[in-house]
Design a protein around this ligand. Structure first.
Ligand code: NAP
Length: 265
């Protein structure tokens, strides 16, 4: 979806610049970056290259350092600058979803690159920086690496059955569960208390089953579309020094720009 909304924003500002996709094999990232250097092409990086791009960057921003992952890059002369705007996308979504505060623990499902951006964002957001964070993931080594990166009030759990769901104020799905029709929902919403907010990083044009279930139960819930647009808007601002029109970006996606959720009592 990124080319759709980035090109709309570029056309809107009259820039003769095109955002295009390029599939790069894991073994071909170095030569691909050399080509980008020659043309001074800026851009985004997605799965599975975010961690590798961090190691290739000459300069890294604080967000990239903290996540050890790069999703946005540009050039300063020959120097490759690496940044992470997924963090901005998470902060914006949490702010919209939990405008009245987070009432309880934050439970993060998954321990990959996206979960790292979530943990850094939770530590930076005034709404969540004092909350206890629980990371649940099935691969112990990845969970431990992530918890070490996050530090502070972060606990690791191997099994969903160990999570104190009654204390959950916000649950974030940072796994790919829900991308396919055949996937189970990350956590049945019946396990969640009535005050819990639900944030699914997965996005699908028709919405995700987990978010639909949560809304049907009356819980504030969002899929990853706002995060996608916000990380893209933050990247645009890095490349061009001015923010894009978010209205134009949402219009290009054919989805009404969502409002913030009303604060809950
Ligand atoms: P990743 O690095 O591959 O990590 C995925 C994590 O999910 C790992 O901890 C993995 O555990 C776990 N996992 C995978 N399949 C699972 C399943 N069926 N059940 C439970 N856990 C599972 O991927 P990522 O880059 O973090 O991305 C994760 C998701 O976030 C993707 O769906 C991606 O599309 C989404 N995302 C959205 C945005 C946005 O803007 N909305 C931005 C970034 C990412 P193991 O290590 O045990 O395999």
């Amino acid at each position: 979806l990124s080319p759709t909304f980035q090109n709309a924003a570029l056309r809107h500002t009259g820039r003769a610049v095109v955002y295009t996709r390029c599939e790069v094999a894991s073994t071909a990232l170095g030569p691909a970056v050399d080509d980008l250097r020659r043309a001074r092409t800026a851009g985004n990086v997605t799965m599975p290259h975010k961690e590798a791009m961090f190691t290739l960057a000459t300069h890294t921003t604080a967000a990239a350092e903290r996540t050890r992952a790069v999703n946005t890059f540009w050039w300063d002369g020959d120097a490759l600058v690496g940044h992470n705007t997924d963090v901005d996308g998470v902060i914006a979504t949490v702010a919209a979803l939990c405008s009245g505060g987070v009432h309880g623990d934050v439970v993060v499902l998954g321990a990959g690159g996206a979960a790292a951006a979530v943990l850094v964002a939770l530590a930076l957001s005034p709404l969540t920086r004092d909350a206890r964070v629980v990371v649940v993931s099935r691969t112990r080594s990845r969970t431990e690496r992530l918890v070490a990166l996050a530090g502070g009030r972060t606990a690791a759990m191997a099994h969903m059955s160990d999570v104190p769901w009654a204390r959950a104020g916000l649950v974030v799905n940072a796994t790919p569960a829900g991308m396919r029709d055949s996937d189970d929902v990350p956590v049945p919403v019946e396990s969640l208390p009535a005050h819990t907010a639900v944030f699914d990083l997965v996005y699908r044009r028709e919405g995700t089953a987990w978010v639909r279930d949560a809304k049907a139960r009356g819980l504030p819930a969002e899929d990853g579309l706002r995060m996608l647009v916000e990380q893209g808007a933050a990247a645009f601002a890095c490349w061009f020094g001015e923010p894009p029109s978010r209205d134009v970006m949402w219009h290009a996606l054919g989805v009404p720009r969502p409002d913030a959720h009303a604060p809950r009592p």
